[in-house]
Design a protein around this ligand. Sequence first.
Ligand SMILES: [Zn+2]
Length: 230
Amino acid sequence: MFYFDPVYFIFILPGLGLALFATFLTKSTFSKYSKVKSSKGFTGAEAAFEMLKRSGIGDVKVEPVRGRLTDHYDPTSKTLRLSEDVYSSTSLAAIGVACHEAGHAIQHAHGYVMLGFRTALVPATSFCSSLYAWVIMFGFFFSAPKLILIGVAMCAMAVVFSIVTLPVEWDASARAKLAMVDVSLLSPEECEEAGKVLNAAFLTYLASAITAVLTLLYYLYRLGLIGGRR
Ligand SMILES: [Zn+2]
């Protein structure tokens, strides 16, 4: 009964709506600007390489990875992996995404505090995110309030992670937008269009953070800790 609570959907509806819109916007903006070639002709991989070079970083590998929108920076092996759509494409979308990922590599090299914090939270967050709903459910099933509270604390962990992610993603995009003009990878007009791809992607992170907060609020409401009734 707890699981099929319609109140849950009322709580998370704004987050869910924003998430759907953000996913649509990211896909359509990426698709639109992946058809627009940049005037200077850099590929995504070259753009990332040039941006890293400008920041004095020479020990980060840039390599292609399978899949769509699978681009990421791996801090353990100092490798920037760009999807095939981004690695060898000269489109505005490809350069935007590649520079955003290079932004994460620069955050890592410069010891950007929030990135370190987010990386440190990853193991605990993946553990908590996959188990908290079960812990809360068992807590209700066995009428164990302490277990329910542990579950809610685990849910709060996921909220902290999704909120810490926001400045990290915003900062990587801000670094990318600056570098695209400073390193002369794109013209200022092209940079603005590539920036739209990054803004849409940021909206997806914002939507997950809002959904995580609303989920936590829902559990707090069900426990009678907010809203004045159980
Ligand atoms: Zn990112």
